[in-house]
Design a protein around this ligand. Structure first.
Ligand code: COA
Length: 154
């Protein structure tokens, strides 16, 4: 599955279960479909999905854009589709939609130990804007800091 074969479009209600399944594959504290549906109902919600030619969902980017600031809440690419440019494409599309809604910058939280994501954001021009010590709590494992990153859209 290579990125050029994949189409990115707005999410439909019928995509929510597959988004939740990809959350489960990608995060230790995944959201369920109901939580994603609540996000989808928020003002300025931006929900994008990447779909392979087979119809399989292989990535998503979720967030919202309110006023000058858009927040990227979650982004993931299916494990077998990673390192083919799809995460970068989803991020660029999210930024484009957010800009079309009037956002002037995108902000996000990323776990300090998430090297692939930190590198992806840095490669797309995001810079560190702050830290939230111990923000991510993963069961019995020691909490991990969140790094707040931001990028202007102009
Ligand atoms: C982060 C994630 C979305 C990246 O998706 P992807 O499709 O693999 O990303 P891309 O192929 O577009 O890579 C873009 C850039 O990110 C960086 N990158 C991505 N994966 C990397 C890895 N495993 N190691 C180092 N750098 C990496 C590279 O700079 C890469 O550019 P390059 O390929 O030209 O070197 C994916 O790894 C993922 O779904 N991870 C699990 C969920 C997650 O952590 N989401 C982010 C939460 S904040």
């Amino acid at each position: 599955m290579t990125a050029p074969r994949v189409t990115i479009r707005g999410a439909a209600p019928s995509d929510l279960a597959a988004i939740a399944a990809l959350q489960t594959d990608s995060f230790s504290d995944p959201w369920d479909a109901a939580s994603i549906a609540r996000l989808a109902a928020l003002p300025g919600a931006v929900l994008l999905v990447a779909v392979a030619g087979s119809g399989t969902l292989c990535g998503y980017a979720l967030g919202h854009a309110i006023g000058e600031v858009a927040e990227l809440t979650s982004i993931a690419v299916a494990p077998e589709a990673r390192r083919a440019g799809l995460g970068g494409r989803l991020l660029a599309m999210f930024e484009g939609v957010a800009a079309s809604l009037g956002a002037e910058r995108v902000v996000l939280d990323v776990a300090a130990d998430n090297n692939p994501a930190c590198r992806m954001y840095a490669a797309r021009g995001y810079i560190v804007a702050g830290e939230r010590p111990g923000y991510y709590r993963r069961g019995r494992v020691a909490p991990v800091d969140a790094v707040v990153m931001a990028r202007g859209l102009n």
